[in-house]
Ligand binder design. Structure first.
Ligand code: FE
Length: 352
């Protein structure tokens, strides 16, 4: 009987709470309707992002509702939501993914003098479907003990048989490698790029597994002598206070490929306005805000990337240690367009 009366009282209290909530919701509705909001779909979750977003809200009065998810999951979600999607802006990484979202028809064009003047043309879509805000480079990491500087200088060199059994990388089908292969398709053509991809596959020390950090760890552990990595993974190790991560950074050196020629393959973190964005004005303001000096620093620093706005100088110890380099100036739209060819090559070449 005790239990029944307890359940009854609980039920009563739940009903009462529900009634109070209903009243509160109704009372709050008119002010919510007037509140300016931006629905941001992002896969980023860095500490500096809090400052990035609160700064925007302070400047514009627009509240940001953040939906976080995995890179590919967010694109899939927006696609499934269709014209009912509340998403205003998608923030994601790699031109390959921005291109995928573009191909699915998820973006709408944004015309903005601010964005056109502040962001280099190579890092944005020619029709304003997406914009790149921070840059990362795909570099070659090497064992300081087993590789001498000068043993390797270019991506093309990775195909040299002298590296047989000595290279680690994540899968060729991962978007970071697909974008690198896309850039090679542009410079070498499809046939030569396929030869290169097959040769690199036959030089691998092990079946591709894990992310870029796993490859850096494998070089330090002696499983391989060379690895491909995005710069921010190495920069994170450079900044780490953890003894095991510091040890990896000490054993592994990095070089910027193709400095004597076209430059190192650079990719972006970027964003675009979604086709069914309910808050278009807020979306444009946010895209422009990301190109401001303050936002550039927050956005790039959050993941140890370089700001793309040329006048903004990164204030980041790890980036300072990486130094300056010549970046490939190929428009990232081209990297996007070559993705299907790169995917075919990856599928055919034996390391997926
Ligand atoms: Fe990454």
């Amino acid at each position: 009987r005790h239990n029944i009366s307890f359940m009854f009282n609980t039920l009563k209290s739940i009903t009462r709470t529900a009634a109070v909530l209903l009243v509160l919701t109704t009372a709050a509705a008119p002010s919510l309707a007037q509140e300016k909001v931006l629905n941001l779909y992002s896969s980023r979750h860095y500490e500096t992002d809090e400052a990035l977003y609160s700064n925007f809200t302070r400047q514009t009065g627009i509240k940001i509702n953040r939906i976080e998810g995995g890179e590919d999951a967010l694109i899939e979600r927006i696609r499934n939501e269709g014209d009912k999607s509340p998403a205003d802006v998608l923030v994601t990484v790699d031109a390959g993914r921005l291109w995928r979202a573009e191909q699915l028809g998820l973006f709408q064009p944004v015309k903005s003098k601010v964005l056109e003047s502040r962001l280099p043309a190579a890092y944005r879509h020619p029709d304003g479907l997406w914009f790149g805000y921070s840059a990362r480079a795909r570099i070659i990491a090497y064992s300081k003990a087993r590789v001498k500087p000068g043993d390797i200088a270019t991506y093309e060199d990775l195909a040299d048989p002298k590296w047989k059994g000595r290279i680690c990388t994540r899968s060729a089908g991962h978007v970071y490698n697909l974008s690198l292969i896309s850039s090679l398709v542009n410079y070498l053509g499809e046939a030569k790029t396929e030869e290169w991809t097959r040769a690199v596959a036959s030089n691998l020390a092990r079946t591709p597994r894990g992310g870029d950090t796993d490859q850096l760890n494998a070089v330090a552990a002696g499983e391989c002598d060379l690895a491909l990595s995005n710069t921010y993974y190495y920069a994170r190790l450079l900044k780490s206070q953890k003894p095991d991560e510091k040890a990896v950074a000490e054993k592994v050196g990095v070089l910027f490929p193709n400095q004597g020629g076209r430059g190192t393959h650079v990719n972006i973190s970027g964003a675009g306005m979604l086709k069914h964005a309910p808050n278009r004005e807020a979306a444009v303001l946010f895209l422009e805000y990301l190109a401001s000096d303050d936002a550039q620093n927050y956005f790039a620093n959050g993941n140890n990337e370089w700001p793309v706005v040329q006048s903004v100088k990164p204030n980041n110890a790890a980036l300072a240690r990486l130094g300056t380099f010549k970046a490939d100036s190929l428009n990232l739209g081209t990297i996007g367009r070559n993705q299907p060819t790169a995917q075919k090559i990856a599928d055919r070449s034996g390391f997926k």
